[in-house]
Unconditional design. Structure first.
Length: 329
């Protein structure tokens, strides 16, 4: 049976994550090996030529699932009919820039993109924000799209989740495939909280297997939370292939479901669960099924976890106040 192609819009398509991401989408890794896709690439005008170069390479791969590529510098064109939108392009922080300046500059990107999604995207649109500060950029885009169900706007913490899986596997002498039910809570920032208290390693409670709170507090958590900065320090550029990989994982899980007995981490609008104020886009443990996600309920949050979740959520509240003050939400 021939399937209708899914329209996937990628912003910042000529950037380094874009280059690591587009070929994987076109090869079927985003949605599945039998789902044809059409790519819509959004870039700023000076980067259109570079996006065209990437499109030429995509053509040269002759991916059987790729049924078309359109390139534009107009969000109204790029989001037209979009079923999945990956908002990767963002304004990076440059020297001397305060956090407020960064939020304002990104407001200039994510507000018009949210408006264009509201006006032109398909009814089933699913949005993943990758560009930093991802959680708050997602909030800005969501606020500009009042006709789209709020839960369709998500932010990426899957890279943090994947980073935590590997660190825990190394510590416990296991493999990532042995680890289930790990959680990233809060913001995609240095305040995020990777939680192993509900995780299992080969079926055993991870915190009990590790049995080393000092390692947890002084090694594991900072290593995961500051991994982005460590990559920049080592590579001279921020994470690109691993970020693209996490974006693929996030959307694949959302569309195709999580495995029985496991969950993933997604930045999603809070419904008030676990004391996270309603509406904040914060990372939670979620299961997914039939293209929808649910927050895992009923987890006991110990004191160690509570303090760290609260600290990250406080930062998200401050970011929300800042963009509210700028009239962006
Ligand atoms: N959530 C996460 O886990 C991660 C997020 N990131 C973030 O992802 C973003 C992209 O990273 P890279 O690809 O390495 O950056 P990059 O600078 O290589 O590429 C960004 C691209 O976005 C484009 N762009 C800027 N404004 C745009 C607009 N209004 N519309 C469309 N395109 C626009 C630029 O022209 C550029 O080609 C950054 O904000 C980075 O901090 C990176 C790694 C992980
Ligand atoms: O800090 C950055 O720009 C990159 C980032 O988000 C990460 O690697 O987690």
């Amino acid at each position: 049976m021939t399937r209708t192609p899914v329209n996937v819009t990628v912003t910042g398509a000529a950037g380094q994550i874009g280059y690591a991401l587009l070929f994987r989408i076109a090869s079927g890794q985003l949605l599945g090996p039998d789902v044809p896709v059409k790519l819509r690439l959004l870039e700023i005008t000076p980067a259109l030529k570079a996006a065209e170069g990437t499109a030429m390479e995509l053509d040269d791969c002759a991916f059987p699932l790729l049924q078309g590529i359109e390139i534009s510098d107009d969000p109204n064109v790029a989001f037209d009919g979009a079923n999945v939108a990956l908002l990767v392009g963002a304004r990076p922080r440059t020297k001397g820039m305060e956090r407020g300046d960064l939020l304002e500059a990104n407001g200039g990107i994510f507000k018009p993109q949210g408006q264009a999604i509201n006006a032109h995207a398909a009814d089933d649109i699913k949005v993943l924000v990758v560009g930093n500060p991802a959680n708050t950029n997602a909030l800005i885009a969501q606020a500009a799209a009042p006709d789209v169900p709020a839960e369709r706007f998500t932010a990426m913490t899957r890279l943090d989740h994947n980073r935590a899986l590997t660190q825990l596997a190394k510590k416990t002498g296991s493999t990532v495939a042995d680890i289930k039910r790990l959680t990233i809570w809060g913001n995609h920032s240095a305040t995020q909280y990777p939680d192993i208290f509900h995780a299992t390693v080969a079926g055993k409670n991870a915190a009990e297997v590790v049995n080393d709170e000092k390692w947890l507090a002084e090694d594991f958590i900072p290593t995961v939370a500051k991994r982005g900065a460590a990559i920049i320090e080592a590579r001279g550029a921020s994470s690109a292939a691993s970020a693209a990989n996490a974006a693929i994982d996030h959307v694949y899980s959302w569309v195709n479901g999580t495995a029985d007995g496991d969950w993933v981490s997604m930045g999603i609008p809070s419904d008030g669960s676990y004391g996270v104020p309603e509406g904040l886009i914060s990372s939670f443990p979620v299961t997914t099924k039939d293209g929808k996600y649910d927050i895992v309920q009923g987890l006991d949050i110990n004191e160690f976890s509570r303090a760290r979740i609260d600290a990250s959520v406080k930062e998200l509240e401050e970011e929300r106040e800042a963009v509210r003050g700028l009239g962006l939400i």
